[in-house]
Design a protein around this ligand. Structure first.
Ligand SMILES: Cc1ncc(COP(=O)(O)O)c(C=O)c1O
Length: 495
């Protein structure tokens, strides 16, 4: 496994990092004395998209925290695989055997990617992180009064599934949006004996904070709880080490999604303790999950088959296997270095624009310790309007709103309980325009300083009031549109 400093592709010549020429030159470009991830690698990168006034501009994708575009070597691997594609397991034809082999190889690659403890843990495929969390929630052996401890920072996917199966206790966040670690420790001790699981994100999809999850693992294990790490945001940007089963800082469970890792062909991953899934009946049953069935009985197959009902996403697994190989070839140091550089630049430039407020850590010096996910607002302009202007006038793809983390964004924006209740009433009455929120720019390995410069130029113009004033608000959707821009999508893509 290629991990950070040990990457054979990297050498340090002072700072910043230079990527050694051993790396396949097709992956890298030389730019301003430094090698960068080649932009040719990104499928559809420079696609022109329509903007206000009838023209077109090069699309700048700054919405990587939602989903990343695919990279050419991953698409190539999928295309190389497709002629061999067949259903997996138990097929006797050559293609079925080859497909089964590729599918199993992908699973092994994931074990190595997160350094899972293969004797104690199993990799289970799902559609995405959300399904993986739901899977674990339904299979975790909760006692009657068992507690899941989670935090206010979480994405809804690491909160709502737990509510259905256990009592949930929330750990608060500090004023700057970081997890309140005193509160975490205090609550772990307060609920000692009852707290069975700490479910926490590896990194925030709103502020880009990276949590010290190994330390949290130790704290959880100290009180007899297990830990689940939501690695949906972490996995594309940092190496993950689940550690050996007996180590105090190991992760018991982990989930992530391929579509955030340049492999948008489906597939989510749940890595978890075998014994959790060995006991009891699978949550979803059907083909593939059984050894033998009579009209009265069903005898479950061994893991992972027992937990993966129906035909799996074989192409998705191949794509994720290829994505893992590519990320490791590029090397974590190069990824971290590059994304930190973008983040640093964006924080410096955005903070200098009068009227722009950045939520969370604003300090460019900490760019290496966080993800390139920046949430911001512009004066008192609605977040939906700012995002609409960025898209319609500048061809910049961002995202706005609460990013499936409503409680967290409300905390960051200091929305009072009273305001929150009033908003709820309006939203339930179909007025989503009152939803609080920010605009989020999130970077991937292929974004450039020029992309950041264009974002900052655009945000600067918006902050100065330099944007068209005839956007129309759709109250029910909480979105701003331009009546002069018709989205004839079938002119761009058709089946
Ligand atoms: C931190 C975090 N957890 C979970 C999810 C859910 O991932 P998915 O939509 O792939 O299920 C996301 C998606 O943005 C996320 O950012």
């Amino acid at each position: 496994m290629t991990r950070g400093a040990s990457s054979p592709y990297l050498k340090r010549r002072g700072s910043p990092l230079l990527i050694a020429h051993t790396l396949d030159s097709s992956l890298m470009d030389v730019a301003a004395g430094k090698q960068k991830i080649s932009r040719d690698l990104v499928v559809g990168l420079d696609t022109p998209v329509p903007v206000v006034g009838g023209g077109k501009k090069r699309y700048i994708n700054l919405d990587n925290a939602a989903s990343t575009p695919t990279l050419q070597p991953i698409l190539d691997a999928v295309n190389r695989f497709l002629p061999w594609y067949s259903n997996v397991h138990r097929g006797t034809g050559f293609k079925s055997k080859l497909s089964s082999w590729a599918f199993d190889q992908a699973r092994e690659r994931i074990v190595e990617f997160v350094n899972a403890d293969a004797t104690h843990q199993v990799v289970l495929f799902s559609r995405n992180t959300t399904e993986a969390v739901n899977h674990l929630a339904h299979r975790f052996p909760f006692k009657k009064s068992g507690i899941v401890m989670t935090t206010v920072m979480e994405h809804h996917s690491n909160e709502l599934p737990w509510r259905k199966v256990a009592k949930v206790v929330h750990v608060g966040v500090l004023d700057d949006g970081r997890i309140d670690e005193e509160d975490l420790q205090q609550k772990l001790h307060e609920y000692k004996g009852r707290v069975q699981l700490l479910a926490v994100t590896g990194a925030s999809n709103v502020t880009g904070y990276i949590n010290p999850v190994h330390t949290y693992a130790r704290w959880a294990h100290d009180v007899g709880a297990k830990i689940f790490v939501d690695a949906a945001q972490l996995a594309p940007h940092r190496p993950i080490d689940m550690k050996r089963h007996g180590e105090p800082e190991h992760f018991d469970y982990l989930a992530f999604s391929a579509h955030k890792m340049y492999a948008p062909f489906g597939l989510g991953v749940l890595v978890g303790e075998r014994k959790t899934f060995e006991q009891g009946d699978p949550d979803m049953v059907g083909g593939g999950t059984v050894d033998i069935v009579s009209l009265e009985e069903a005898y479950w197959a061994d893991l992972p088959d027992k937990e993966e009902a129906g035909t799996p996403d074989i192409v998705g697994a191949v794509a994720l296997g290829a994505a893992i190989r590519l990320l490791e070839e590029i090397g974590w140091e190069a990824i971290i270095e590059h994304e930190a550089e973008l983040t640093m630049h964006a924080l410096e430039k955005l903070a200098a624009i009068p009227g722009v407020q950045i939520y969370g850590d604003k300090n460019p010096a900490t760019a290496y310790d966080r993800l390139g996910v920046i949430s911001f607002g512009v004066r008192d302009l609605p977040h939906a309007l700012v995002a609409a202007v960025l898209s319609s006038e500048w061809a910049i793809g961002t995202r706005n709103g609460c990013f499936c983390a409503h409680p967290y964004v409300k905390c960051l924006m200091h929305v009072s309980e009273k305001e929150a209740r009033e908003m709820e009433t309006k939203i339930l009455n179909r007025d989503r325009s009152v939803l609080p929120g920010t605009v989020r720019a999130s970077f991937g390995i292929y974004n450039t300083i020029e992309d950041v410069e264009t974002l900052c130029e655009a945000v600067g113009a918006i902050a100065r009031g330099e944007y068209r004033k005839d956007y129309v608000l759709n109250v029910e959707r909480g979105e701003y549109h331009r009546l002069d821009m018709n989205d004839h999508f079938n002119e761009y893509f058709d089946f």
